[in-house]
Design a protein. Sequence first.
Length: 461
Amino acid sequence: MVAGLALSACGGDDADEADSDNADSAPAEPADAPADTEAPSGTEPDTDQPAEEPAGSEALSGELRWAVRENLAGPAQTMVDAFEAAHPDVNIELEQLPAPPPEYIQRLVTARLGEDLPDLIMTGDQYVSVLAEAEITADLRPYLESSEVLDVDYFAPNFLDAFIPKTGAHEGEIISLPQSADAVVVFYNKDHFDEVGLDYPADDWTYEDFVAAAEALSTDERWGAYERADFSPRYNAMTVALGGSIASDDYTEARLDSPEAIEAFRMMLEPMKDGPFVPREEMATIRYDDAFIQQRASMFTGVRANVPAVRAGASFNWDVAPAPTVDGVRKSGSGSIGIGMTQAASNPDLAWAFLEWFFSEDGGVPVLTETYAVVPAVPSLFDSPTWRDLPAPPGNVDVFVEAIETGQPNPRLPYTAWSSYNDAVNTAIDSILLAGASYEDAFAEANQTAQQALDEANAEG
């Protein structure tokens, strides 16, 4: 086990983690959850040749504006370049807005009030209702119902559902299309496993196996694993696997102090106490993927969006494994970023044509997946060679589809309550690991904070 090792932080954000989701360096976690996709580095797709147009498409012309969070501008620009190459008479202006979701949302609200909204916007599954209630997003359901390229059944239902408000004036509308299907997996250093004579993780490995492997992998120079207990897709999925929830189904009752939630945190935090997991105080100095790349941690819990950075930086053999089961149940934290059209779109037909191209297998999907950052949120493409046949690593690509199938999305809490939830969790973790508080006391206090946030959010409607 490494003692007192200070490392410099580097690298980017997980897309909707970096929320990322988020200056996603522990201990602070973003207000919205995964989904973890980040601005990929490393492999860049070849956009010199125009991507094919969907069958039956006509010549397109005109101008569009697309607002994205600045941490995701790289892959967005790649898509713009490919579409403009296929349609020379179209010009798309990419507008980079602040990455943190609260600032991003405020900029869009200000643009709406100033009657200056772009045609297209990047969205996240944790703040779809906020965008709808602010009268920013258009309902895409009529477009899907009349399209010859896309329809409602084209997308993975659990990921499309995340972009459908469940209450309010826009209940039932589809305000965005999911760009990626992201779910948590375990990245592991094969060389380290070989060095200590460990078998690579099995598909049926348990959380106890994960901890035992981390113990065997730990040395004076490295930790066995970087577990992200303050990342909401992790602590929510762990709690659900144990039979609990972090909030009631109607989102009026916080349950961070439930026995299941406390046990989930105990499982993740105990190995940080002079054990095989990267300790809390070190997390503030290095991101999870950087610790892995620098071989300071032999494993970390991450998502497909982390693949480009690991491919670009790792000088060793590595692969991915499924999230370990908990009490016999596998739940992989999941989420997505998306693309929506605004109510103020000046050329909605052209904006929709771009979306049809973006999500088609003979259009934007190959361009997007060649970055290694994305698994399409489209079941018919889960077996597509456009992403499955990319050169390894990772080699075990089945893991990403299996993670999608066992994906556990975060609860649809009021968006304004999420920051308080995450702040409360981080405070509780610090109290336990740095101040010696009991789990029961720390999470009783955390639950009070979360409950107050829910009460205030629900009172606001």
